[in-house]
Design a protein around this ligand. Structure first.
Ligand SMILES: [Zn+2]
Length: 96
């Protein structure tokens, strides 16, 4: 049983894809979805929700860090005194 390099799922021999980079590193993919996500979309398995790597990171408490940081930043923003925002007014185009 080969294991997918992206999502971590096991798949039957004779199915899936094998991608070998120029430098010789080999990637096994369970399907086109995983290949696309890793190679062309350049997503990381640790930050893609439907992968096993994400689930492991979530259990270890690493996956939620990004959200926590965002919440912290939002809190800090709230504490700072707000400046009056300039309003942008869209002007309507005149019809000829
Ligand atoms: Zn996969």
């Amino acid at each position: 049983m080969a294991e997918c390099s992206f999502c971590g799922e096991k798949f039957k021999p004779g199915t899936g894809l094998l991608f070998v980079k120029r430098d010789g590193t080999a990637f096994f993919f369970c399907g086109r979805k995983c290949e696309k996500n890793l190679l062309s979309l350049k997503r990381k398995p640790g930050s893609t929700k439907w992968t096993q790597a994400y689930q492991h990171a979530k259990k270890a408490g690493k996956a939620g860090k990004k959200v926590e940081r965002k919440q912290k930043e939002a809190k800090e923003k709230k504490e700072k005194p707000k400046k009056a925002k300039k309003r942008r007014v869209r002007r309507k185009k005149k019809k000829k």
